[in-house]
Every structure is written in structure tokens, then in C-alpha cells.
Design a protein. Structure first.
Lengths: 293, 279
């Protein structure tokens, strides 16, 4: 059985967590500085040619579905805004830190990122439909990174995590429960620690920690609820992980209820039609993945 | 429609919305190709040159009502067969039936209805599933499966329970070997399965006869309601709600929605399928 302290010291012994690329930390620093502008941000991203070409390709892809092609990063920043681009850059950076290596039977990273991209795009669609103009990409990044704890556990505690994963499938219990009983720590706790180590924004950290229990969120419950529901729907659409196969009722779900309290008109949504329309999101998610990994 | 047979996204959306309004059948964007394909056939059958003419005919011409039926016929994958729609089959085997078997484990009785059973593939599929899931416990359960259809000819064929290659093409080899011995006339369904299903010629609009089938724990009515008017659909679904016990399930066609018809049923999600539950 592990404790968080043990997890942290073990990770340090193994060479520590991969650090976020300097580009991202610089970008975040400059983006929050009122005295710096678009020109400075463009300069930072272009220092990393791989990153800047990925970002531009994503901006121009079906993922965002912009009407006109965007030819330069500067233009992308102006059109989409700093907040939005920051979210994209964060997502792309984190994904590139954990290279895909399929073949390890218990945890297929390709399918993992597929599920995460799916969660992010669905959260984004929901946000656009239900809370227009309220979010600027945080819901996508939160969705994309909500399970980052799993990939860290897979990287540093592969056998323990594989065991928890197997138990969860055999007994058909939630992964968090299986993690508690076999390992002691959960991917949500590990995820929170990772997010804090990387100085990710607190709202994002909260979504990573509480995406299974959105009622526990205090800073931004709506964001956490969007990720929670995005995760549920991604599983219902079978994007990526097969996850647990049980039936769910959205209207009974605590995350859905948070969204409904915030926006009562959600009760009018045609759930069946909405679920079918998510097919477009699946395609977008795959597009994002192709361009980012 | 352009000469290459493609329609614009906005034309597709107009037509899609019209069909949804009329039948509850929803086509997402990635099914545009399917609609285009079938439309070509309908346009040519009716002698229309453009999509606009066809849609005008559909919407406003008195003869358009018949055409809607024919269009729906052509977009819903034709005939019935065993284990049709893998997503729904997995939901039945993986979630719905286990839940029912669990809840009724004491009384050990289940009543299921296949509404619009055609030549029997659907109710017989349920029968096989139940038999397999229950295994040796089967003999201590009382399972009654009813299949109803408005077509006498279809019901007769269902009672014969003899099928061709197409009907069994989705059946797993193990199941096929166990329950469908091959004979010169075709695949003849095992009598133990055949005896689990009772067929009747019946119109689902006949509320009185439908009420006689109460109580039920599961109703399957796939790609049938789409042919009904909104009013008729409301009536039938209200009857379904009434016929089901609390906790009972209703499953429609994969792309069918009850949204504009009935808000009492709870929408349930399962990977690859959506269905309804009575609270």
C-alpha cells in the first residue's frame, strides 16, 4: 500500500516528473504580464518549431472548424485570444511528455489519449451549447488532462496500477475504488499532485482532482461538472478506453445536476439527438490527437 | 442536388430536420452519405430532377405522405435479422437483461414484448439471449416472450421459424451450432427456443389488446414508430409506459428519439446504445 509521500519520493528517485517544457512556463508567465503582448507570445512559441507547427496545424484543422485558414501564429493568437491558445499549448505540451507506446496490455496510451481528447471535445461542445462565452478553452484542457494521474501511475508504478486496473475490470467497480484497495492512492490524488508540481491553474487542478466527485469542487464546480459529464459521455460513445460497461442515466448524475442547477434549460436538451451529434466531436478528438502526438 | 449526387450541408440539415420532426429518426452529419445514397434512388423513382422539387413534394403534396414512408423504408436498413444492431445487443446482454434477472430473481418471472416483430428474428433473439444468460437456472424461471405484428403473413413465417442465410448472418458460430440446425429447407430454429415465444397478429395502435399484455418488463419496438404520425406515436408510447412495470425498459431503433413524444421515460446510456427506463 502506498501513501502520497511514498509516491512522491519514489517518483523523485526515478528521476522526477518530466517537467513542462520551458516554452509553456514562459508562455504562461508572459501571458499573465499586462506589459507584454501578442508579439512576445508569438516569439516564445516560435522558439519551439515543433510546437508552433503543431499549434498552427491544430488551429487550422477540423478540430476547431474555423471558416478561414489561419496562416500565422500571430494571427491565430489575435483571432482566438491568448486564453484559448494557452489551453491548446498546455494540452499539446502535456501530451508530448508522455510518448505513446502501445503494446503494454493493461494500458494502451493511444486509446488513453483518445478518451481524453474525446472528453475534452465533448466538454467543449457542452460548454458552447449550455454556457456560451463563459469558457475559453479551459474546459477542453481540463477534459484532456483530467486523467493525467493515470499516466503517471502507469509510468512510475506500472505493475501496481495494472493490478488496480485489472481488479476494477474483473469486479466491475470504479477504478478509484480498486486503486484505493490495491494501491492506497488514487489517480485523482496523484493527478492533483502532478498538476500542482507543474503550476497548472488551480481550476484545472481542481477538475483533475474531483472529476469523479464534482460535488466536492469548490472553486469552479461547473468546470468540474463539464469534465465529469464529458468523461461519462466519452465512455458512452466508446471513445478510447472501453472503461466500465454499465448503463448510466445522465439526469440522475450529480455532475449533470450541477449543470442543470446552473442552467435550468439543460432540462430541455434532446439527449438522444445530442448523443448522436457527438459523433462530430469524436472526429474532432481524433483530429486533435493525430496532430498533437 | 449537384450532378455528383451530393447535397449541401444546409440542404441536408433541412431534410434531416424534416424527417426528425415527422418520424423521430435522427441523422447525424456523418450519415449524410447514407441519405444522399437513398435519395438518389427516390428522386429517380419519382422522376424528380432536383432535391428541392423532391422535398417540396414530400412536405406539401398530398401524395408526399406515402413518399415519406417509402423514404423511411429505404433509409432504415431493410429487413430484420437475428442479433441486429450490435450496440443494442450488447446493451441487452450486458446491462438490461442482467438488471432484470437480478431484480426479478425471487419471483423468477419475466414478460417481454417485441412490438413489430415481423418474421420473428427479434423475439427469438431475446429468447436465445435469456436462455444463454440463465443457463441451468433457466428451468426454474417463467419467461414469456410475445411477438406482435400487423402482418398476418409475417406472423405465419415467424411461427414456422425457418430462416435463410441473411437472417442468421450476425449470429455467433457457437449460438448457430447450438440452436439453428441446418436442414435442406434452411436453418430451423431449435424447438426449445421456438416454444419460448408466442406470436399474435395485432396492431400496436389497439390500446385494448395492448393493455391485455400487461405487465411487461421489456418492450422492443425498433424502427416501427417512425412510420407513425406524431399523434399516433404519442399514444403508442403512452400505452407502452402504462404496460411496463416500474423499472421496465423500452428500446427503440438506434437513431430514434422520444424527445418530442414523451418525457416520462428516463434516457439511459450504455456504450453503443441508448434506451429508456420507466422510473
Amino acid at each position: 500500500m502506498l501513501t502520497m509521500e511514498q509516491v512522491q519520493s519514489a517518483v523523485r528517485r526515478m528521476g522526477d516528473l518530466p517537467t513542462l517544457p520551458n516554452t509553456l512556463s514562459e508562455f504562461n508567465r508572459v501571458a499573465s504580464d499586462p506589459n507584454r503582448g501578442v508579439h512576445d507570445l508569438v516569439e516564445i512559441i516560435t522558439r519551439d518549431p515543433a510546437l508552433s507547427s503543431k499549434v498552427l496545424r491544430i488551429v487550422n484543422s477540423a478540430f476547431l472548424g474555423l471558416q478561414e485558414p489561419v496562416s500565422s501564429l500571430r494571427f491565430a493568437l489575435v483571432i482566438m485570444g491568448t486564453r484559448h491558445i494557452r489551453q491548446l499549448v498546455t494540452g499539446v505540451c502535456v501530451m508530448s511528455m508522455f510518448p505513446v507506446r502501445s503494446g503494454r496490455p493493461s494500458f494502451d496510451r493511444h486509446r488513453f489519449w483518445e478518451h481524453c481528447s474525446g472528453t475534452g471535445t465533448i466538454a467543449r461542445t457542452l460548454a458552447q451549447q449550455v454556457f456560451p462565452n463563459r469558457f475559453e478553452g479551459e474546459e477542453f484542457t481540463a477534459g484532456l488532462l483530467h486523467d493525467v494521474g493515470k499516466i503517471v501511475l502507469d509510468q512510475y508504478f506500472h505493475d501496481n496500477f495494472a493490478e488496480a486496473f485489472a481488479v476494477s475490470r474483473e469486479k466491475n467497480i470504479p477504478l478509484v475504488e480498486a486503486e484505493r484497495s490495491t494501491m492506497g492512492v488514487t489517480h485523482t490524488e496523484v493527478g492533483r499532485w502532478v498538476a500542482e508540481s507543474w503550476n497548472l491553474p488551480p481550476d484545472l487542478t481542481e477538475a483533475i482532482e474531483w472529476h469523479h466527485q464534482p460535488l466536492r469542487a469548490q472553486r469552479n464546480p461547473v468546470l468540474v461538472a463539464l469534465v465529469h459529464v464529458g468523461d461519462l459521455l466519452a465512455k458512452a460513445k466508446d471513445i478510447g478506453f472501453s472503461g466500465d460497461r454499465s448503463m448510466i442515466s445522465l439526469t440522475d448524475d450529480e455532475g449533470w445536476k450541477i449543470l442543470e442547477r446552473e442552467q435550468p434549460r439543460i432540462g430541455d436538451l434532446d439527449l438522444v439527438r445530442m448523443t448522436h451529434e457527438l459523433d462530430t466531436d469524436i472526429e474532432r478528438a481524433r483530429e486533435f490527437m493525430k496532430l498533437s502526438l | 442536388m449537384a450532378n455528383n449526387g451530393e447535397m449541401s450541408l444546409s440542404s441536408f440539415h433541412h431534410l434531416r430536420d424534416f424527417i426528425y420532426e415527422r418520424s423521430g429518426l435522427f441523422f447525424e452529419n456523418n450519415k449524410k452519405y447514407l441519405l444522399e445514397d437513398r435519395l438518389r434512388g427516390r428522386l429517380s423513382a419519382r422522376g424528380f430532377g432536383t432535391l428541392d422539387e423532391y422535398v417540396f413534394f414530400l412536405r406539401y403534396d398530398p401524395a408526399g405522405a406515402d413518399e415519406v414512408t417509402l423514404l423511411l423504408d429505404s433509409v432504415t436498413t431493410g429487413e430484420t435479422f437475428f442479433y441486429r444492431d450490435p450496440g443494442q445487443m450488447k446493451a441487452l446482454e450486458g446491462a438490461i437483461l442482467p438488471d432484470l434477472l437480478n431484480r426479478y430473481g425471487v419471483s423468477r418471472g419475466l414478460r417481454l414484448l417485441s412490438a413489430g416483430c415481423s418474421t420473428g428474428e427479434e423475439p427469438y433473439t431475446l429468447a436465445i439471449m435469456l436462455r444463454d444468460v440463465l443457463g441451468s437456472a433457466f428451468s426454474s424461471w417463467f419467461v414469456r416472450i410475445m411477438g406482435i405484428d400487423i402482418s398476418r403473413a409475417a406472423v405465419q413465417k415467424a411461427q414456422e421459424a425457418c430462416y435463410n442465410d441473411y437472417a442468421i448472418h450476425s449470429v455467433a458460430p457457437g449460438v448457430l451450432n447450438r440452436y439453428f440446425p441446418r436442414q435442406p429447407i434452411g436453418y430451423v430454429l431449435d424447438p426449445r427456443i421456438k416454444s419460448m415465444v408466442e406470436f399474435q397478429v395485432c396492431n400496436i395502435l389497439d390500446s385494448v389488446r395492448m393493455a391485455g399484455m400487461k405487465p411487461l418488463q421489456l418492450i422492443l419496438c425498433r424502427n416501427v414508430l417512425i412510420y407513425f404520425s406524431e399523434e399516433a406515436r404519442r399514444k403508442v408510447v403512452a400505452d407502452f409506459y402504462d404496460m411496463l412495470e416500474p423499472g421496465g425498459y423500452l428500446m427503440l431503433g438506434f437513431s430514434e428519439s422520444l424527445h418530442n413524444i414523451n418525457r416520462l421515460f428516463k434516457v439511459m446510456h450504455f456504450p453503443g446504445a441508448i434506451f429508456y427506463k420507466k422510473e
